[in-house]
Design a protein around this ligand. Structure first.
Ligand code: ADE
Length: 225
């Protein structure tokens, strides 16, 4: 998989890809991530990427031309399955979206800033708009990092244990059950007996029940789907 990220702040985005699972996925060539600084696609001396809004109103709008140039240059090189715009008014990211995107070959992610991008860019190029939650960030970069993390860990071969992504929270629309490690007794708090029983079927049943109860209590909306 190849991911191209268009941003005015590449330095804000790089560190999540330089550690742990994402770093290993890149080193193993299971994914490549490329950063494109929007200011490299400007034509004026000030490297402007934004301007005031038509119709008035506070806040700057990201201009069409640099974004058009950048996306068009990328599209001239290869076909893209999706051109994603990170924005608080997009569809809220969930595991289903991450699962689908992890199967794609090439994607572009455009990070918004200020008030966002000129609507014509959305009309001309964007195939998916994604929000990471109902709150407003200073820009799309942190959202793009979250999106990439959620996608990359699902690419076959990225996680050491192939099955472990399948038992994550949300993978079957349930939250994950409680988990424990050594010691068995920590300051009088004991690990549930069933987990020490060695009885695989009972352990599985307990985990399913715990996952269901936790979901019912914390996220009943997930059970409605
Ligand atoms: N840009 C600003 N806020 C955002 C959000 N909640 N999700 C994605 N991109 C954003």
């Amino acid at each position: 998989m190849r991911i191209d990220i268009i941003t005015v702040l590449p330095e804000l985005l790089k560190s999540p890809f330089e550690a742990s699972i994402l770093k290993r996925a890149i080193e193993a060539k299971l994914v490549s991530v490329h950063f494109h600084n929007l200011r490299d696609y400007t034509t004026d001396n000030y490297k402007s990427i934004d301007d005031t809004q038509f119709g008035g109103g506070a806040g700057m709008v990201m201009m069409c031309e640099p974004i058009d140039k950048c996306i068009s240059a990328l599209k001239a090189e290869r076909n893209y399955d999706e051109v994603i715009y990170m924005t608080p008014d997009g569809n809220t990211l969930n595991q289903g979206i991450a699962n689908k995107l992890s199967l794609k070959e090439n994607i572009i992610i455009l990070c918004g800033h200020y008030k966002g991008v000129d609507q014509r860019i959305r009309d001309m190029f964007i195939t998916k708009e994604i929000s990471i939650g109902d709150y407003v960030l200073s820009g799309g970069e942190l959202g793009a990092a979250v999106l990439c993390d959620s996608i990359i860990r699902l690419i076959p071969g990225v996680l050491g244990n192939e099955t472990s992504a399948l038992t994550d929270s949300f993978q079957d629309n349930l939250l994950a059950p409680p988990i424990y490690t050594k010691p068995r007794d920590y300051k009088g708090h004991h690990v549930p007996e069933v987990l020490l029983s060695g009885h695989a079927a009972n352990i599985e049943k307990w985990r399913e029940e715990q996952a269901y109860q936790r979901t019912k209590k914390r996220r009943p909306d997930l059970l409605e789907d």
